[in-house]
Design a protein around this ligand. Structure first.
Ligand SMILES: [Fe+2]
Length: 239
């Protein structure tokens, strides 16, 4: 699939600009320093206009070997993990309508690109994502492991929260790309538990509703180590 710029309407360009400017402002004191620093590296490609994914992909590939794979929408989980293992991140190329600025049922390009791509430039986070994909490939015939990895993905890469110096900061793309959810995290009624791998992989999620429960980590190193321990455990079980 290829991105055809002739297919974007005036509304599409406006929507990207509105979403980008609104969320960059909103994230300043709410997202983790790693995301903000990575976003700065891509600001030229992302600001105020629909990004050219070929150029963006080349840029991140030259930085640290990740690239963007254009997909028609959600793809089967085994394909998704296989691409992650190859440091390829999936993105759609359509953009939500103005009437959908705050709520989407499936991820659009703003979510996939603005939410996910910047943090892949962070070495620890990027290698965690790749490692998660690799374990998925190694256990592609084990539905239970695939389910557990999807939950882990959901509560980290998609909806993860980081706590540093007693302050909560967001890093999950589902939050980063949502104005409403970015602010909802800081509501005193939001449940945010310390990350525990066994609890995370046993927790169901609903991708059709706003989240009610989040897990915080203290560093990307922490979650990488937890994933390595999980991978070792799986190998012992397999023997
Ligand atoms: Fe996502």
């Amino acid at each position: 699939m290829q991105q055809n710029f002739n297919n974007y309407t005036k509304e599409d360009w406006e929507v990207w600009k509105i979403l980008f400017e609104r969320q960059v402002n909103n994230l300043k004191d709410k997202s983790c320093a790693e995301y903000l620093s990575c976003l700065t590296q891509l600001t030229n490609e992302l600001k105020a206009s629909i990004p050219d994914l070929t150029l963006l992909s080349t840029k991140i590939f030259n930085e640290n070997g990740w690239s963007i794979e254009i997909v028609p929408g959600l793809i089967p989980v085994d394909n998704f993990f296989s691409l992650l293992a190859q440091k390829k991140f999936c993105s759609s190329i359509w953009i939500r309508k103005k009437s959908q600025l705050d709520y989407l049922e499936e991820p659009d390009m703003f979510h996939d690109i603005f939410g996910h791509i910047p943090l892949l430039l962070d070495t620890n986070f990027g290698s965690f994502a790749q490692q998660l994909g690799t374990i998925g490939v190694q256990h592609k015939n084990n539905p239970q492991v695939l389910l557990e990895l999807q939950r882990l993905y959901w509560f980290t890469i998609e909806f993860g929260v980081l706590k540093t110096d007693q302050k909560l900061k967001i890093y999950g793309a589902g939050i980063i790309s949502s104005f409403q959810e970015t602010n909802g995290i800081f509501d005193k009624n939001t449940v945010i538990l310390p990350f525990n791998l066994d609890e995370v992989i046993a927790t169901d999620f609903n991708n059709m509703e706003i989240q009610t429960k989040y897990f915080f980590i203290e560093s990307f190193e922490e979650v990488k180590m937890a994933l390595s321990a999980y991978a070792k455990r799986l190998l012992v079980v397999k023997k």
